[in-house]
Write a protein that binds this ligand. Structure first.
Ligand code: A3P
Length: 352
């Protein structure tokens, strides 16, 4: 009897201590704990994903989503995919869908301003990663995308970033629910170079190896977020079928005439601006201006990016691939490109 009473009291005390410990835990630690329970990950993997152990570069994971779609993803990005499929879309949502390094951040800033009356002062006051959440990210430093979007005020429009391919977007989107989707494509040679450098600086991306190794992996679909051709050409096809919901633009269009694209996206989103406002948004979104802007250039995310290895806002050019590709790599890629785009009427500018 005595033993039972002592055990019971001890258990009650432990429960009480755990309760107060949980209550007093910092939000980030609670997110980590929730992730551990939710994902059933082993501790070393968890430490890596949460950024507590930044010495290890994560591996790619072959992931099969609950709808059967298979994709290669950096470990931390597999956690939320099945939740993304069930994500509730709102009619005024704007999704920015891209393969990584296509000009996502650039478009996010433009679209956020368009959706927020061109409020540059407001944009400068808050990090872009908070203003325009990354749907599939589960990360205590950049926040949990789905969680912050679900808690988003109904009176404020959501500008949502995602790198997931069409097949893994929320079911609401694929069932035709009203919303707006902006797809940004970039010529795959420049994108491949940008992706290579990004792997060097991003702590949650795998080690890219040498440039020739990365190039080979990119061409043989062994990189995170799967095959560039599948991602882009699928959206190109969807765009032909649904121009009311989908706007398709290229990085090269943005480089050629930023002001024109800003105006055209405003029309697509049914927002009206004066000539001066359009000028101000375009000026704010030049490479020079954005690379100095701390709310955008990722200098506030040292846990996620090591900017001593490479810059997030690196060169911002069309045709930089010529400084990386050998003649043989370029010829091999051209052959692959021609074979893949055959019959699609898709084409993209690779620079002069
Ligand atoms: P580079 O690495 O070629 O410089 P994402 O946002 O999808 O990760 O894409 C990042 C790429 O877009 C980087 O390319 C970055 O420099 C470029 N970029 C970002 N903002 C830009 C801007 N305002 N003008 C031109 N390029 C921009």
């Amino acid at each position: 009897m005595l033993v039972l009473t002592v055990t019971g009291t001890l258990a009650a005390m432990l429960a009480l201590i755990s309760y107060f410990k949980l209550k007093s835990m910092r939000l980030v630690d609670r997110v980590k704990l929730q992730m551990a329970i939710h994902t059933k990950l082993r501790i070393p993997q968890l430490l890596q994903i949460t950024g507590l152990d930044t010495r290890m570069k994560p591996k790619l994971t072959q992931f099969t989503a609950s709808n059967g779609f298979k994709i290669l993803l950096p470990a931390s990005f597999t956690v939320a995919v099945n939740e993304v499929l069930k994500f509730k879309v709102r009619e005024d949502d704007v999704f920015i869908v891209t393969y990584p390094k296509a000009g996502t951040t650039w478009t996010q800033e433009i679209v956020w301003l368009i959706c927020n009356d061109g409020n540059i002062e407001g944009a400068n006051k808050q990090l872009l990663t908070l203003r325009s959440p990354f749907l599939e990210i589960v990360d205590c430093h950049l926040r949990n995308g789905i969680q912050s979007l679900e808690n988003w005020s109904k009176s404020s429009q959501r500008v949502i970033k995602t790198h997931l391919p069409y097949e893994l977007l929320p079911e609401d989107i694929r069932k035709g629910k009203k919303c707006k989707i902006i797809y940004v494509a970039r010529n795959p040679k420049d994108l491949c170079v940008s992706y290579y450098h990004f792997h060097r600086l991003a702590k949650r991306m795998p080690d890219p190896g040498t440039w020739p190794e990365f190039f080979t992996n990119f061409c043989s679909r062994k990189v995170g977020f799967g095959d560039w051709f599948d991602h882009t050409l699928k959206f190109w096809e969807k765009y032909q079928e649904d121009k009311e919901r989908i706007y398709f633009v290229t990085y090269e269009d943005l480089k050629k005439d930023l002001r024109k694209v800003v105006e055209s996206i405003s029309k697509f989103l049914e927002k009206k601006f004066s000539e001066q406002q359009l000028d101000a948004i375009s000026e704010h979104c030049t490479f020079d201006s954005m690379s100095k802007n701390k709310s955008i250039n990722m200098s506030s995310h040292p846990n996620f990016m090591d900017l001593t290895k490479s810059k997030f806002m690196r060169k911002g050019q069309v045709g930089d691939w010529k400084n990386h590709f050998t003649i043989n790599q370029s010829l091999a890629f051209d052959e692959l490109y021609q074979e893949k785009i055959k019959g699609t009427r898709f084409n993209i500018f690779f620079g002069n």
